[in-house]
Write a protein that binds this ligand. Structure first.
Ligand code: GLA
Length: 390
């Protein structure tokens, strides 16, 4: 990929002398959905799919972005003197948002830069192409401008800050954290309340993790996401009238059940119930994994799906079809929606000898029911974002 990116870079900017090469992954979350903005736990891993970038410092104050996936936008030009979100920048509002966030945090670059990207995360699939691009930009800025006081966790937080405040999605920290801190063959067990985390090796001898892309993305995802967040925060406010807590993630299911009558609104109650129980499921799932009890991990994944479908209401018909089909196949250990929801992907753990049947039979039945093909990817867990030498 380096050659194609550098050739394009040279074509657009004269030559590629002194440009550097970078990679930032996408992510898939195994369990712990919609818990990250509720002070709960998540369990994502970085993919080997991701976003590649070539970048070089400029002498002036201009910033140029070019995506080889979105040629039709051409070179998007912005300036360090006007770091504002503009509709015509389209996709480039993501990297520009990170430049803006660097400036907000006191790390405004003195010079502009040129950046060419190409990625293989399917668009709108819920595998975090935006977080991948944000953290990629963070890594590029720290590298080009010699900013060594920012850690990878800082870059994750800056990416989230830019998405929240420059691009209008009130997302939690999970995606950027997974992309920044990913580790080959490991998932990350992150407590979003304390930001403490540990790596958990994913060594499945006789099974694979399969992502199934429904290839649907329903509109209003961001606003529905922000609504969920608001409903959780309203539920928390109701609980706080009697409980001394900071987040829904502070409660065990038992504590929640004992006080849930404080939440008058039935929708807010369902949202909060999901957040509390999903957090507990995530803790239990990691525990099961550590004990080698993959069957229990799978059961918790299935319960997670049911809760996301019925209580959090972020699934959709196409995703439920995929999950229902998966649950019927012997050899499927667990299957659930992954990511923000309203379309996107499912994640399943499938015994090796059932993988072919899984892909074939779900592929056929999904096409019959929905009218278009699903896509399947076998997960390889990769490292977090970095400059690639050589
Ligand atoms: C999106 C957000 C994350 C997280 C998930 C749901 O991916 O960006 O912060 O909230 O949805 O778990």
């Amino acid at each position: 990929m380096k050659k194609q990116l550098f050739d394009k870079f040279a074509e657009l900017f004269g030559d590629s002398d002194g440009a550097h090469f970078y990679f930032s992954p996408g992510r898939v979350n195994l369990i712990g959905e919609h818990t990250d903005y509720n002070g709960g736990h998540v369990f994502p891993c970085a993919l080997t799919l991701g976003t590649y970038g070539a970048a070089r410092k400029r002498d002036d104050r201009l910033i140029h972005f070019y995506s080889m996936n979105l040629n039709r936008f051409g070179v998007v030009e912005a300036s360090l003197d006007d770091l504002t979100n503009k509709k015509e920048y389209n996709w480039a509002n993501y990297p520009l948002g990170v430049v803006w966030a660097f400036a907000e945090k006191g790390y405004k670059p003195e010079h502009g830069f040129d950046m060419v990207i190409w990625g293989n995360i399917p668009n709108g699939s819920g595998l975090s192409s935006s977080a991948s691009l944000e953290v990629l930009t963070g890594v590029i800025l720290t590298d080009l401008f010699g900013i060594d006081s920012l850690t990878m966790t800082d870059l994750a937080l800056i990416g989230q800050y830019s998405e929240n405040n420059f691009n209008g999605c009130n997302c939690g920290i999970m995606d950027q954290f997974a992309v920044a801190m990913g580790k080959k063959d490991n998932a990350i067990f992150l407590d979003t309340n304390t930001m403490n985390f540990e790596y958990a090796p994913i060594a499945l001898d006789d099974a694979k993790i399969i992502i199934t892309n429904s290839k649907v993305k329903h509109s209003l995802v961001d606003s529905a996401y922000n609504d969920r967040r608001q409903e959780c925060s309203d539920a928390l406010a109701a609980l706080k009238t009697e409980l001394d807590i900071n987040a829904l993630g502070d409660l065990t299911p038992e504590e929640f059940d004992a006080h849930s009558s404080l939440i008058q609104d039935p929708v807010q109650y369902k949202r909060a119930k999901h957040a509390v129980y999903e957090n507990q499921r995530t803790i239990e799932a990691v525990d099961a994994l550590k004990k080698g009890d993959i069957a229990q991990f799978g059961k918790l994944m299935n319960q997670s799906h049911i809760s996301l479908r019925d209580d959090y209401e972020v699934s959709c018909e196409e995703i439920d079809i995929l999950v229902d089909l998966a649950w019927k196949i012997p050899g499927v250990i667990g299957s659930r929606i992954t990511g923000g929801g309203f379309g996107g992907c499912t994640v399943s753990i499938v015994k090796n000898d059932a993988v072919d049947t899984f892909i074939e039979s779900i592929g056929r039945a999904y096409k019959e029911k929905v009218g278009h093909e699903a896509e399947f990817y076998t997960v390889d867990i990769g490292d977090g974002a970095s400059r690639i030498e050589g």
